[in-house]
Design a protein around this ligand. Sequence first.
Ligand code: DX5
Ligand code: ZN
Length: 239
Amino acid sequence: MIRAAFDAIRDSAPAVLPSLLLCDFGDLKGEVARLAEAGTRVLHLDVMDGHFVPNITYAMPIVEGLRRHTDLPLDVHLMISDPLTYAKPMVEVGADLLTFHVEAVQDPVETAQRIGELGVAVGVALNPKTPLEKLAGCESHVDMVLVMSVEAGVGGQQFAPVSLEKLRALKDKHPDLLLEGDGGINANTIGPARQAGCDLFVVGSAIFRRDDLDDYGEAMEELTAAINAAGGKERMGQS
Ligand code: DX5
Ligand code: ZN
């Protein structure tokens, strides 16, 4: 029941979603177990095709392997040029939420509708330089909008504050729409993102590049504490 998985994603908010890009791919099963132990409720998978973005990561075989080793919902970020071609194969190997980039498609509304017809939850992502107008109304046809706070393609970049204005504008216009932020999110930037209306926080280097912390649990606690300090459980933007 894929929609049940999306309900679990929505119900996890506000939540930190570790991004599987900077993790130890030589021990993926162990990494997922450690992340679950650290309190992770949703995994964010960064799929890159080396065409839409100048980086190549992984696709269906890894998603299928992850599916066999975790019940956590899989939030799959498609940084690829042809999301419609790979949507069905991704659903078949266990993706629970598929997010395509508005910059990669001609017709975002049609793309959202056709991915949604597969029974999977649908997200649309936009890079920092892409104005909200490019969504062309597809936000009414998706389950989530992913507001990138870095240019898609690489972990470890600096947070782009323009994402805060977009989060605020989206939350004002669509108070019930689930919003996800991704890129440069750490203990300093997660609070402003929360106050701008973000519900799900994708984190890479602030979890996986932390020599100052002993385990992923400490990073998750630090990030969750920063969310709570900024506005905790209640959904922002609702009167
Ligand atoms: C970048 C990915 C992000 C990235 C986040 O293209 O979509 O999920 O891995 O990494 P940090 O948190 O290090 O910016
Ligand atoms: Zn991502």
